[in-house]
Design a protein around this ligand. Sequence first.
Ligand SMILES: *[C@@H]1O[C@H](CO)[C@@H](O)[C@H](O)[C@H]1NC(C)=O
Ligand SMILES: *[C@@H]1O[C@H](CO)[C@@H](O)[C@H](O)[C@H]1NC(C)=O
Length: 352
Amino acid sequence: MEPYLAIFFLTPFFQSCCAWSVNNFLMTGPKAYLIYSSSVAAGAQSGIEECKFQFAWDRWNCPERALQLSSHGGLRSANRETAFVHAISSAGVMYTLTRNCSLGDFDNCGCDDSRNGQLGGQGWLWGGCSDNVGFGEAISKQFVDALETGQDARAAMNLHNNEAGRKAVKGTMKRTCKCHGVSGSCTTQTCWLQLPEFREVGTYLKERYHKALKVDLLQGAGNSAASRGAIAETFSSISKKELVHLEDSPDYCLENKTLGLLGTEGRECLKRGKALSKWEKRSCRRLCGDCGLAVEERRAEMVSSCNCKFHWCCAVRCEQCRKRVTKYFCVRKEKRERSGGGGASRKLKRKL
Ligand SMILES: *[C@@H]1O[C@H](CO)[C@@H](O)[C@H](O)[C@H]1NC(C)=O
Ligand SMILES: *[C@@H]1O[C@H](CO)[C@@H](O)[C@H](O)[C@H]1NC(C)=O
């Protein structure tokens, strides 16, 4: 098989909801792989969107700079966040390929019925159409793992986390069953495995991210056979489900141009209202307060259509409703004091 190249191009979309898009996935090489490239690109994209969702209220919020999976050029970080990006990307690619397969998008793949007819557990047999994760896994591996060309600890870490992402897709699959027997007595059942919502994979990987393991392999790690052996041995002793990192994360509160970090100044955070999770409720403290920033309250009026009525025939007329919204942002302390007194649309708060 010819080697092939796969390159992500991340292009900003102005004013779009999701800011970044993997809009190109170029490859040369075996024709067979061309069949999958649009699916792989769509999968990488959904991984990125999930990353942005999962980290929306974290200091590190999955910025575009972090989304460079390839190892060419630039400084490559090897921290917890890098681990998450790799896992969610390879999971996204595997997920999309699997879903494509189930939808009949590929000629060479269909349901996984390899276990059909076998006893699965007490009172149930494998049957029906299981999502073919084996297929998604294999193709995802070919594409995403090919981006790692090195043999150092960083490459080993990335490959491990790619694998953890794929394990997450497998591990969150759901068993669905159908009853059989006279008048639905359910004396026997047949069951198959289905993909969960991708959100579930993201949430699972976020939990793994919090528990990521740090391995100490960077010092004195040359490229000798001995050190390659040590790397392989270390990684083979860690469960494939775990996310692994080599470095500590930098301080995401602070702007650091060298590392391409923006810091949390100017970020929005959430306080009350809606049904906020504990994590979201603490976002102002995490993003502003604990980073030495103040919280600024900004009020704005939003105009939207409401009380729409249908008029015979055939028009819908709506009223314009005005709604006050309050948003919170992290601002530098001196800045906030200087602008004290504020404009009409801005009310400043004394304390967090
Ligand atoms: C696979 O699914 C994705 C997203 O649902 C879609 O964008 C892509 O075109 C599909 N690929 C094929 C080959 O049908
Ligand atoms: C940016 O991060 C690098 C690497 O951690 C560090 O050496 C440097 O001092 C940081 N720069 C600033 C301005 O914080």
